[in-house]
Design a protein around this ligand. Structure first.
Ligand code: C2O
Ligand code: CU
Length: 477
C-alpha cells in the first residue's frame, strides 16, 4: 500500500466516522435512543413509590349530601335570564366539602327531562362510582335515583359533572366542586373557590340551544361570549391587606382555555388538578384547560390597601376579565406564616425518555357521523375503539399525538399522570395532572403508574369533541 493509498483510506475512514457521528446526533435529536429494560422500568416505578395513597384510610365518618338535577332558570346578568339545568337549583352546584378519610355519600335524583350520571372528575373513586354510561353504570333515567358512595384518597380540589350529553348538560349549568380537606392543610385566612365558565348567549339574551354545531365541532368546541366566575359576571373577592388566601380555580367550560393573570399580585401555584406541586412557582401564565384546576396561594401586600386587582384571562388575543380582588381600605391583618405542604414524592422520571411508548393515541377528525364530523382516537369513535390495558403498579408511558389543528384537553379518569415530553423535548412540570392540553400538531408523552383498577374513560374534555366520538377507555389491571 502506498502512502497515498494509506492517506486515502484514512480519510475515507475519517469521513465515514464523521457521517456516523452526525447521524447519531440527528438520531438523538429526533428520537432518543431507547434503552427499555426491566431494570429501567423498575427504577422508574421505584421513583414513583409512595407518591399516592394506595388505599383510602376511611375514618368511619360518612358525609351525606342530597343532590337533585333539574331544569331551572338562571339570572346571568340583569336582563339575561336563561333556562338552565342545575344541581339543587344552584349554579355552580353546591360546594361539597369533606374531610379526608370521610366517606362521601351522595343521594342523587334525576329530575331532568333526559338521562344523566355524575362523574367525580379527578377523584380516585371505586370504578363503579365513576359515572360513565356504557362503561361503569347505566344512565340514570328521568325520575330515577342513584347513590354515589366513595372515600376519597387524595385531599384537594375536584369537581363533578354529568357524563351524558355533556356538551349540553354542562353548558346548561350542571357542575359543582368537591373539596377534600386535609387536617394538615395550613390555615389560610380565606379558602375560596372560583368556578370559571363561559356561556353562549344569543342576541335575544337566551342561551344558544344549538349544541354540537358543525362550526363548534370543526373548531375548538363551543366557546361562549359571556364568562362567569361562580355564576357571576362580576365576581368580587373581598380581602384585607396582609391576608393570605387560597384560591382554587376550576375550569368547567365546555371548551374554553384560560390563562389567568393575577399580576400585580404574586400568586404561587400550590396544587394542580387537585394534587400538591413539588415546588411552588408562579401561577400566572398557567393554562387552565377544560377540566383543569389550579390552587394558588396569594398574600395581599400591605401596600395594596384600598386597591382593586382584576384577575384576567390572557389565553386569547383579547384579554378577558375573570373576577376582582378588592382590598379593603383598612389596617393590615397579620399574615399567617407557613410553608405550604408540597408533594412528598414526585418522580423526576428523567430517564423515562428511554422507555418505549406503551400506548399511543392519535387524535384526528373525519367527516361522517351524527353531527357530520367525528373526532377520532386511533381512527375510531367511542364506543368502537378498543380499550388498551395498562398494568397496575408498573411504569407506563402514553403518547398523545394530535394530528389536527385543534385543541384537545385529554382527560384520563381514575389516574394521575405526569407530562414527560412535548414534541419529543423532555419537560419537568413538577406536578401531576388528570387533564393535559394538546395544541395543534403537538405530541405529548405522559408517564404514570396506574394504581386504581378498572375500566376508565380517556377522552377529550372539549365536550363537543367527546360527544362526537373522542373517547376511549383504558383498563387497569
Ligand atoms: Cu370531567 Cu370524563 O370528565
Ligand atoms: Cu378535542
Amino acid at each position: 500500500m502506498t502512502a497515498l493509498q494509506k492517506i486515502g483510506g484514512l480519510s475515507v475512514l475519517a469521513i465515514g466516522l464523521m457521517i456516523f457521528i452526525v447521524l447519531m446526533r440527528m438520531q438523538t435529536d429526533i428520537t432518543p435512543v431507547l434503552n427499555d429494560t426491566p431494570q429501567l422500568r423498575e427504577a422508574l416505578r421505584e421513583e414513583f413509590d409512595g407518591s399516592f395513597a394506595l388505599t383510602s384510610t376511611a375514618s368511619g365518618v360518612v358525609q351525606e349530601f342530597d343532590l337533585r338535577a333539574a331544569e331551572s332558570s338562571f339570572e346571568l346578568t340583569k336582563g339575561i335570564t336563561i333556562s338552565s339545568f342545575a344541581y339543587n337549583e344552584q349554579i355552580p352546584g353546591p360546594e361539597l366539602r369533606v374531610a379526608l378519610g370521610a366517606t362521601v355519600k351522595v343521594n342523587f335524583r334525576n329530575d331532568l327531562p333526559q338521562p344523566t350520571t355524575i362523574h367525580w372528575h379527578g377523584v380516585r373513586v371505586p370504578n363503579a362510582m365513576d359515572g360513565v354510561p356504557g362503561v361503569t353504570q347505566e344512565p340514570i333515567e328521568p325520575g330515577e335515583s342513584f347513590v354515589y358512595e366513595f372515600t376519597p384518597k387524595d385531599p384537594g380540589t375536584f369537581w363533578f359533572h354529568p357524563h351524558v350529553r355533556g356538551s349540553e348538560q354542562v353548558e346548561k349549568g350542571l357542575y359543582g366542586v368537591l373539596i377534600v380537606e386535609d387536617p394538615e392543610d395550613p390555615e389560610y385566612t380565606q379558602d375560596v373557590v372560583w368556578v370559571v365558565d363561559d356561556w353562549r348567549i344569543t342576541p335575544a339574551g337566551k342561551l344558544d340551544e344549538r349544541f354540537n354545531t358543525g362550526h363548534d365541532l370543526s373548531h375548538d368546541g363551543r366557546w361562549g361570549n359571556v364568562i362567569t366566575v361562580n355564576g357571576s359576571v362580576d365576581e368580587q373577592l373581598h380581602v384585607k391587606p396582609g391576608e393570605r388566601i387560597r384560591l382554587r380555580l376550576v375550569n368547567v367550560s365546555n371548551a374554553r382555555v384560560y390563562v389567568p393573570d393575577f399580576s400585580p399580585l404574586e400568586a404561587g401555584l400550590i396544587a394542580a388538578d387537585g394534587m400538591p406541586v413539588s415546588g411552588v412557582s408562579s401561577a400566572t401564565g398557567i393554562e387552565l384547560a377544560p377540566g383543569n384546576r389550579i390552587d394558588v396561594d396569594i398574600t395581599v401586600p400591605t401596600g395594596f390597601r384600598g386597591k382593586t386587582i382584576t384577575v384576567t384571562d390572557t389565553f386569547t388575543r383579547a384579554t378577558n376579565r375573570l373576577g376582582q380582588i378588592i382590598v379593603a381600605d383598612e389596617d393590615a391583618v397579620s399574615t399567617p406564616a407557613f410553608d405550604y405542604p408540597l408533594a412528598k414524592i414526585m418522580p423526576l422520571w428523567s430517564t423515562a425518555v428511554e422507555a418505549d411508548v406503551d400506548a399511543e393515541y392519535v387524535l384526528d377528525a373525519r367527516r361522517g357521523g351524527e353531527y357530520g364530523i367525528e373526532w377520532t382516537i386511533n381512527g375510531k369513535t367511542f364506543p368502537e375503539a378498543e380499550a388498551i390495558t395498562l398494568r397496575s403498579g408498573e411504569f407506563e408511558k402514553i403518547r398523545f399525538t394530535n394530528e389536527s389543528a385543534r385543541l384537545h384537553p385529554m382527560h384520563l379518569h381514575g389516574q394521575f399522570f405526569k407530562v414527560l415530553a412535548r414534541n419529543g423535548k423532555p419537560v419537568n412540570e413538577g406536578f401531576w395532572r388528570d387533564t393535559v392540553l394538546l395544541k395543534r400538531d403537538e405530541t405529548v408523552d405522559v408517564g404514570l403508574v396506574p394504581v386504581d383498577e378498572g375500566e376508565w374513560a380517556n377522552h377529550c374534555h372539549t365536550l363537543e369533541h367527546a360527544e362526537a366520538g373522542m373517547m376511549t377507555t383504558v383498563i387497569v389491571e
